[in-house]
Write a protein that binds this ligand. Structure first.
Ligand code: NAP
Length: 252
């Protein structure tokens, strides 16, 4: 382990995009806290990192609960070191057309995406300010531009772009950058669940979405991990407050 090894926290890293980001940041040389709702579900990602020679820690935490967030960040500090990289990736869907969307559907999505990213960023920024260095990345979405059946999710994902830009202003002078990645269609359990909800076979659903995408394919979690790796790298220190659409085209 080099003395310069940085500590990263990736939320929602048990599976999907978060797992790919965690593995990529570990391959880049960072120690990685693999955080998700249930600590046990993080085992696979942690094992993949450690068996490749990296350092990782499984952390159970609901990012929408302030007490759990403080405890999780304290645990990372104690067991891995002070975090200077944070990828706010944890997310949920509660899709429905507005007239059928419950208050609970609205609140749950706001709590996990917006409140969760706010709490995690607030808890980690103290360590970044102290280090005079930090990288914060938010997972937005092409849905931020509007998407039928996603009034809650689209609002939260647009909100995260505002949060990313605001933290860029507030934290820049401490050597901290803040950026957002807005993925298009990525093959994960989340998009598989959407296929099931609209009554389509996942393979058919992927084909349908690939045909609407400029590069004629759907995305893989590794496509997003590559963008996160760039934003989290030392060389990207002059890139802040940006939203990078990683969608195989302008929008899909
Ligand atoms: P996913 O496969 O559903 O994984 C999301 C992870 O977040 C799960 O492990 C989930 O845990 C965890 N999580 C949910 N609520 C949490 C909470 N309160 N605290 C901590 N962890 C929590 O989703 P994904 O497709 O990889 O998406 C990752 C991120 O990218 C999300 O923010 C999503 O909105 C965004 N995104 C995805 C796509 C796409 O096409 N897939 C496109 C644009 C943006 P459980 O398994 O225990 O629920």
């Amino acid at each position: 382990m080099s003395e310069q090894q940085r500590v990263a926290i990736v939320t929602g890293a048990a599976r999907g995009i978060g797992a790919a980001v965690a593995k990529r940041l570990a391959a880049d040389g960072n120690a990685v806290a693999v955080l998700d709702l249930d600590e046990a579900t993080c085992a696979e990602t942690v094992e993949a990192i450690t068996s490749a020679g990296g350092r990782a820690l499984a952390v159970g935490c609901d990012v929408s609960k302030s007490g759990q967030v403080s405890a999780a960040v304290e645990r990372v500090v104690a067991e891995l070191g002070a975090p200077t990289i944070l990828v706010n990736n944890a997310g949920v869907l509660r899709d429905n057309l507005l007239f059928k969307m419950s208050e609970d559907d609205w609140d749950t999505v706001m709590q996990v995406h917006l409140r969760g990213s706010f709490l995690m960023s607030k808890a980690c920024q103290a360590h970044m300010v102290e280090a005079g260095y930090g990288r914060i990345v938010f997972l937005s979405s092409t849905s931020a531009l509007g998407n039928r059946g996603q009034a809650n999710y689209a609002s939260a994902k647009a909100g995260l772009q505002g949060l990313a830009k605001t933290l860029a202003f507030e934290l820049g002078k401490f050597g901290i950058t803040s950026n957002a990645i807005a993925p298009g269609f990525i093959e994960t359990d989340m998009t598989a669940a959407t296929a099931a909800r609209v009554g389509m076979d996942f393979e058919e659903f992927k084909k349908f979405n690939a045909e609407k995408t400029a590069v004629n394919r759907t995305g893989k979690p590794e496509d997003i991990a590559a963008a996160a790796s760039y934003f989290c790298g030392e060389e990207a220190g002059f890139v802040s407050g940006q939203v990078l659409y990683v969608a195989g085209g302008p929008k899909n």
